[in-house]
Design a protein around this ligand. Structure first.
Ligand SMILES: Nc1ncnc2c1ncn2[C@@H]1O[C@@H]2COP(=O)(O)O[C@H]3[C@@H](O)[C@H](n4cnc5c(N)ncnc54)O[C@@H]3COP(=O)(O)O[C@H]2[C@H]1O
Ligand SMILES: Nc1ncnc2c1ncn2[C@@H]1O[C@@H]2COP(=O)(O)O[C@H]3[C@@H](O)[C@H](n4cnc5c(N)ncnc54)O[C@@H]3COP(=O)(O)O[C@H]2[C@H]1O
Lengths: 141, 141
């Protein structure tokens, strides 16, 4: 059980690949994004353009905040506002050549980490659930 | 670095104590719950009664699902529906005498675990973030 190896190991086995990742596009409206979020059941998902480049992530919280007026919910804002108006672009992202150590440290403050190829193509996400399942197995070595 | 010890260690140091945990009561309406969830910024929070007994947890997703009619959002349901109508009572919960091993295995599928005293009084929660921060430190031994 060599602790140094685990920190230094590749992240390829942890990636949930792009075709399994729920996502929306920057120019979708937030009504579409809210439907995708509710249907997928996720709190937040990546924002990818049609070339599968990563633009940010969008969460239910951001959408709810943007339709909450002073005294009531304003559903009409759902169609007028775009994902790109509401999303956060400050996200946890790594290249696929990155090591486990970096992804583990990102996971302390981020429920998932986005993985890109060296050319900037979105490859998938690494979730806390997968990291914890792996660490659980590792400690029962 | 003895892996057996970590699995066997106490969970007391990981608990975010009750006064720091955002929560709602079973007989609150879901409009109040949604405001607490939006203000606190959390995806889901525990449901505690006035004697601090744990009844379940409630999430933004559950509230959104309950106000989504067939074609539109129905804000009027926000005031008529109670937390107890919408919450889930099937949650990850342990006694404070439980060990790290159990909490780690729960964390694979649960973003947080509720901790209760032997008498059934809610003591706080253990989050994935705290477990990952600890494991990160442990592996850098
Ligand atoms: N449909 C489902 N089936 C089974 N368990 C489910 C589930 N939806 C959520 N969970 C559980 O709840 C945790 C938190 O999900 P959340 O949506 O807040 O936060 C998620 C979500 O924002 C994102 N995510 C996970 N899988 C995704 C996917 N396939 N596409 C897009 N985003 C995803 O990564 C975050 C962390 O995910 P993680 O798996 O660590 O942790 C998940 C998982 O343990
Ligand atoms: N105000 C804030 N400041 C800094 N970071 C924040 C934050 N709100 C959320 N985060 C980050 O986002 C993660 C997911 O939060 P979420 O609300 O989906 O899921 C949370 C939430 O449902 C619950 N939770 C955490 N702290 C809570 C508290 N004080 N009261 C009630 N519920 C809490 O436990 C879940 C896992 O929390 P965890 O800390 O592992 O993971 C958090 C944390 O890394």
């Amino acid at each position: 059980l060599d602790d140094m190896n685990i920190l230094d190991s590749s992240i390829m086995n942890f990636i949930i690949s792009v075709e399994k990742v729920a996502h929306v596009q920057p120019n979708n409206n937030i009504e579409h994004a809210l439907l995708i979020l509710i249907k997928s059941g996720y709190t937040a998902i990546p924002v990818l353009d049609t070339s599968f480049r990563l633009h940010g992530l969008i969460s239910k919280a951001q959408i709810l905040d943007s339709i909450l007026g002073i005294e009531k919910i304003e559903p009409e804002r759902l169609q007028k506002t775009l994902v790109s108006d509401v999303m956060t672009s400050d996200i946890a992202r790594v290249k696929d050549t990155e090591r486990f150590e970096k992804v583990l440290s990102f996971s302390i403050n981020h429920p998932f980490i986005c993985v890109e190829s060296n050319e900037g193509s979105f490859l998938g996400i690494i979730t806390r659930s997968k990291l914890l399942a792996y660490l659980n197995g590792f400690l029962h070595g």
